[in-house]
Ligand binder design. Sequence first.
Ligand code: PMP
Length: 390
Amino acid sequence: MSQLSSKLDFFQESVIREMTRKAIHHDAINLSQGMPDYSPPEELITGLLKAMKEEIHQYSITYGRYDLRKKIADKFRNYNKIKLDPEHEITVTCGASEALSSSILAVTDPKDEILILEPWYENYVPLTHLAEGKPIFVPLSSDDFSLDQEKMLEKTTEKTKAIIINSPHNPTGKVFTKDELKFISDLCVDNDLIAITDEIYEYILFDGKKHVSLASISDMFDRTITVSGFSKTYSITGWRVGYVGADIDIMTGIRKVHDYLTVCAPSFLQYAVLKAFDLQKEYFAELIKRYQENRDFLVSELEKLGFNVIIPAGAYYLFADISDFKMSDKTFVNFLVEEKGVATVPGSSFYQKDSRTSKEGERFVRFTFSHKIETLEKAITRIKRKIEKM
Ligand code: PMP
């Protein structure tokens, strides 16, 4: 008899995180995992030092410090146009990752069908399996990753419990339009579905795009779980502080799971991130400028090298079509990391295995542009050398 749960047969460890280990092993420039090589804002470091002085070393209240939940509620109201009660409807978590885990575990019964748009961010599928739900994959259109409304209707059944949405989208940089979000909201209302919306890249939007939260669309408030966090916006992916907002009935369930999964997010880091709310709109404008410049640089350099890039409208990843190189994604990615020292992620890891659509993923490689231009330049120089020799 196996010592391990059969649930684990359905998935493997993250390919993205594996690529980081390979990057370390080969001393490669790591353009795989989305980690900024920028320092966090000074204010957060000041908050961190203050947390040490204040001796914040013990558990916080399970749901997160009240003053932090209050600040998050203000941000939800002003930026996302969602009114959430900090007392009952917001929970601070160990990153958006834990917010997603607690949420998926809280709403899923065995065999419930969970709609997942393909390609997807790696965590959604394993989490659905851990919750004993059934992931139902709905491919986005293969040319521009827009919503395929017909497919969505086709895949929605009486067993469908929830849909997971991510905008701005990892890995493609797609930002769902208001019309697409309206379609999703109608689908949820008509079929009594819960929407779990991952908005971790909500501040990283290009070319003047504006963020729209699904929960702000009419009739969606009491059926939407909104997940976000501090990792990406403030370059603190290692701090592991995120949060989730949902109406009181759903949040009561999420809090039960969160309590037993983690007890609380690190107390001193909750204190430190309070300082994030002192930052003014210039900070967010600068953030967009930085990543837009990085995007433009990487897109234009990769295009010169023969990649066919789908221009991302948000987040800090791009999906590059490598069809012209006549190699599968995995071969290409291994070649880049082993031979030339640049780590990326094979596109197929964002698609289901052994299916028609997994073939679709094999024509892509994901690059992150969360790194300084100097780092991107070095990576391009390394790739160029290799490609010229190919
Ligand atoms: N959602 C998406 C779409 C992500 O890309 C990531 C991080 N790569 C997360 C969630 C997890 O974020 P956190 O660091 O806050 O756990």
